[in-house]
Design a protein around this ligand. Structure first.
Ligand code: GLP
Length: 257
């Protein structure tokens, strides 16, 4: 069993990391414009503080493209986010749909339906999870997957302990996750929804390439635990990435300290 991570990219700061990752993403999107046999596989996108500088750097780069290429990119764009809270209206400031519109959809003028997220406002949450998984499957599954790391080791909202074969599902969020994400809810963990819909490890591990992005001192402890493992451990969901042949860990000096 290989030890984690197969490919480690280390950066002095989260800003430098964001710039380099944006460059990689831009290259990936550039290849979308080259006609192939099949259309591009969807991008798998994450939310959270870690991704904010990445999306900002990506937007800056893409807005330098000529108008014809940008127009084509807009017509091809297809992304599936990892997760969404249950019970929030789509325009709620704390919803991931709002996050994606604000950071990527609006600045790039992407069609709303091009940014897919689970429907957290559906009455039947289990059915919404099944239909999201089916939509992703119909589009061929994720091509490039971006992942952040929860301070308890979650990826998406796959809370520990997590099963490798689980597909998109509804989940109860742990108190530590609600605390970690309280900032978008006025700093009050009790205001963070108790449930979410998340892609499972099954969909994540089916991606062609996976980029796990970890920044800041608050992730140092969980990252150190992950790096010590020599095989998957359900109590640390991100460790299932060891089962994937093409994973890259992007870390800054603070998280890798
Ligand atoms: C959150 C989200 C993930 C995110 C991760 C890291 O709870 N469900 O999609 O990638 O945890 O969040 P952050 O970047 O804010 O630390």
């Amino acid at each position: 069993m290989p030890s984690f991570p197969p490919h480690l990219k280390r950066f002095s700061s989260s800003t430098t990391l964001a710039g380099q990752l944006a460059l990689h993403l831009e290259g990936h999107l550039r290849r979308w414009l080259t006609p192939g046999d099949k259309g591009p596989r969807p991008l798998g996108l994450a939310t959270g503080r870690t991704m904010e500088p990445v999306y900002a750097a990506l937007v800056s780069r893409l807005l330098l493209w000529n108008e014809a290429d940008l127009k084509r990119l807009r017509s091809l764009w297809c992304s599936f986010n990892l997760d969404e809270y249950v019970g929030l209206l789509p325009d709620h400031q704390g919803s991931y749909r709002h996050y994606m519109r604000e950071r990527l959809g609006d600045p790039l003028q992407l069609p709303l339906e091009a940014l897919q997220l689970p429907d957290g406002s559906a009455d039947d949450t289990a059915a919404a999870a099944r239909s999201y998984a089916a939509d992703l499957q119909r589009r061929g599954g994720v091509g490039l997957q971006l992942l952040g790391l929860g301070s308890n080791g979650h990826v998406g909202f796959n809370e520990p302990p997590s099963d490798r074969d689980r597909s998109c599902h509804a989940v109860m969020l742990s108190p530590s996750t609600r605390l970690q994400n309280a900032m978008m809810f006025g700093g009050d963990p009790a205001a963070v929804p108790e449930r979410a819909i998340t892609l499972g490890l099954a969909e994540i591990l089916a991606a062609d390439e996976i980029h796990l992005v970890v920044t800041g001192p608050s992730k140092a402890a969980i990252l150190a635990r992950l790096l010590r493992l020599d095989g998957p451990d359900p109590s640390l969901p991100a460790s299932w990435l060891l089962d994937h042949p093409n994973v890259c860990l992007w870390g800054d000096a603070a998280s890798l300290a």
